[in-house]
Design a protein. Structure first.
Length: 99
């Protein structure tokens, strides 16, 4: 199953760091997300673009996971040659992950 089948996401940026928040559509899928969507899996999934570490923060009251991807934007907005310097497409990419 792909992540998009059970969750939605949002993404943003600050400098050379991207963040992606993932939320399940249904509360009962929260534990599955916590188990399967690890920082190391996200780092591996974005290995071609993310050069630094990936951190995961949990927000149980919101049933959300926030991933901070360091070194993800090619040096920040004005210094980057990347097409998506503000990480807007990252939220769409992560939903294609296989769980």
């Amino acid at each position: 199953m792909r992540l998009r089948e059970i969750a939605y996401s949002r993404s943003g940026d600050k400098g050379d760091t991207a963040n992606i928040c993932v939320f399940p559509y249904k509360d009962e899928d929260w534990e599955l997300l916590r188990e399967k969507l690890t920082a190391s899996r996200v780092k591996e999934f974005f290995s071609r673009t993310v050069k630094g570490p990936v951190e995961r923060y949990e927000f149980p009251n919101l049933k959300g996971l926030n991933f901070v991807l360091h070194g993800a934007l090619g040096g920040a907005y004005s210094a980057s040659l990347m097409v998506d310097t503000q990480a807007k497409s990252y939220q769409s990419f992560i939903l294609d992950m296989e769980l």
